[in-house]
Design a protein around this ligand. Structure first.
Ligand code: SF4
Length: 60
């Protein structure tokens, strides 16, 4: 089976706003391969998933 609609057949990054039930809806994504791990450069956190993860350099 060759589905050339997207280079991503299945994505586990369910917190990505383009992820729809493990399907990537971004259409075009940039994947960076490092070893056996594919990292998506198009990943964008879904809106309203969590606003408790604001990254902040907290120096005391
Ligand atoms: S954009 Fe990347 S991280 Fe998001 S669903 Fe598509 S492949 Fe996954």
């Amino acid at each position: 089976m060759n589905d050339d609609k997207s280079m991503v057949s299945r994505c586990d990054a369910t917190t990505c706003r383009f992820n729809d039930d493990h399907n990537c809806t971004a259409g075009q994504v940039e994947i960076s391969m490092s070893g056996q791990t594919a990292q998506c450069m198009t990943f964008i956190p879904a809106e309203g998933m969590s606003d408790t993860q604001s990254v902040r350099a907290d120096h005391h």
